[in-house]
Design a protein around this ligand. Structure first.
Ligand SMILES: [Zn+2]
Ligand SMILES: [Zn+2]
Length: 305
C-alpha cells in the first residue's frame, strides 16, 4: 500500500494539506530524523527525545496510517517501525529543513544532524535544482500556480494528531514551526511565494481573518522572514517582501510539496504546478551537493551527530 500513491477523497484535503499536516508537526520531524538515523523501536525514541508516552504513541500511529512506517512484529508481540519507501522518500524534506535551520537559526545548530555526502566525503548544504535541466534555481526562477485540486481551503493542514498547545513542545525547530506549523502561517508563506505582498491581498486571497494576518505579518517580520517596504503606489502603504532568509525556505516548501504530490493524489489532479522559467519545463526539485555539485540521492547522504 505504501509503495503506491494514496488516492485522496474528491473535493477533500489536497496533497499540500496532507503534507503540511505531516511536516508542520515538530514531533513528526524529530521522530523521522531518528528513523533515518536507524531508530525503529519505541524505547529508542523515548530515550532520544523529550517526548511523552501519549505523544509518541499517537505520532507513530499517525505516521503508520499515512504509510510512512510499516509496523513490523518481532520477538512475539513487540513492534518495530520501519520506514517504507514513502517514508525514506522524505529525506529531501528533512535535509532542507536542517540546512535552513543551520544557516538561519544558529542558536539551534548544535541540535542538528551533520550531513555528509558519501561520494565527495564532505559536509555539505543541499542546493535546489531543476530535475529536468539540473540547473540550480532560486524562487524567482520557478512559477507556481494552483492546479485542479489547488485552493487555500483544500490546502489546510490535515492532522488527526494535532491538538491545541502541542506545537513548540520540543522547541528544536521553533522557526520552522512558526512558518509551517499552523494553517495561516503556511498560507501566508505560500501566498508570499506566489507573489502576494499586501496586507489586503493576504486577507482577501487567503480568506484570512485580518487580526490573524496582522499577527502573522508581525511575527514574520520579527523573525526576519519578511521585510516591510513602502508601497510604490502610496508611500503610506506597506508591502511585505521575502528576505533572503524567507526565500531560503523555498527548498523546504517545494521538496515537501513534491513529496506530497508523489504519494497523495487528488482525483482532480495536482494542487500546485510549478514551471522552471528558463527551461520552460515542469519543475520538480532535485537536490545537489553544495560542495561537489553532484545530484544527491538518499543513499549518498550520511546523517550523524
Ligand atoms: Zn529546468
Ligand atoms: Zn558532494
Amino acid at each position: 500500500m505504501a509503495d503506491s500513491p494514496t488516492l485522496l477523497e474528491p473535493g477533500g484535503t489536497n496533497a499540500v494539506g496532507v503534507t503540511l499536516g505531516l511536516v508542520g508537526d515538530e514531533w513528526n520531524l524529530l521522530i523521522l530524523r531518528h528513523a533515518v538515523m536507524g531508530v525503529r523501536r519505541y524505547a529508542e525514541w523515548r530515550a532520544a527525545l523529550p517526548i511523552s508516552h501519549a505523544v509518541l504513541t499517537a505520532r507513530l500511529a499517525h505516521l503508520t496510517a499515512m504509510g510512512v512506517f510499516d509496523r513490523v512484529r518481532y520477538a512475539g508481540d513487540r513492534c518495530e517501525y520501519v520506514l517504507t519507501k514513502r517514508g525514506r522518500d522524505l529525506w529531501p524534506v528533512l535535509l532542507t529543513v536542517w540546512a535552513w535551520e543551520s544557516a538561519w537559526v544558529p542558536e539551534h545548530a548544535e541540535s542538528l544532524p551533520v550531513m555528509t555526502h558519501r561520494a565527495c566525503g564532505s559536509e555539505f548544504r543541499p542546493v535546489l535544482a531543476c530535475q529536468a535541466c539540473s540547473e540550480a534555481v532560486l524562487p524567482r526562477d520557478v512559477s507556481g500556480v494552483f492546479g485542479p485540486s489547488g485552493s487555500w481551503e483544500r490546502s489546510v493542514p490535515a492532522g488527526a494528531t494535532r491538538r491545541r498547545g502541542t506545537s513548540a513542545e520540543a522547541g528544536l525547530f521553533p522557526q520552522t514551526m512558526s512558518l509551517i506549523g499552523n494553517r495561516w502561517s503556511s498560507a501566508i508563506l505560500g501566498g508570499a511565494f506566489q507573489g502576494l505582498h499586501r496586507f489586503r491581498d493576504f486577507e482577501q486571497r487567503l480568506g484570512a481573518p485580518p487580526a490573524i494576518v496582522a499577527d502573522r505579518l508581525r511575527v514574520f517580520c520579527e523573525l526576519g522572514i519578511f521585510e516591510q517596504v513602502p508601497s510604490r503606489d502610496r508611500a503610506d502603504w506597506t508591502t511585505y517582501h521575502l528576505t533572503d532568509k524567507g526565500r531560503g525556505f523555498f527548498p523546504v516548501v517545494v521538496t515537501a510539496i513534491a513529496w506530497g504530490q508523489r504519494w497523495f493524489r487528488a482525483p482532480e489532479g495536482p494542487a500546485l504546478v510549478y514551471r522552471h522559467r528558463s527551461c520552460e519545463r515542469w519543475f520538480l526539485p532535485r537536490l545537489l551537493c553544495g560542495t561537489c555539485g553532484a545530484a544527491l540521492s538518499g543513499q549518498d547522504v550520511a546523517v550523524g551527530r
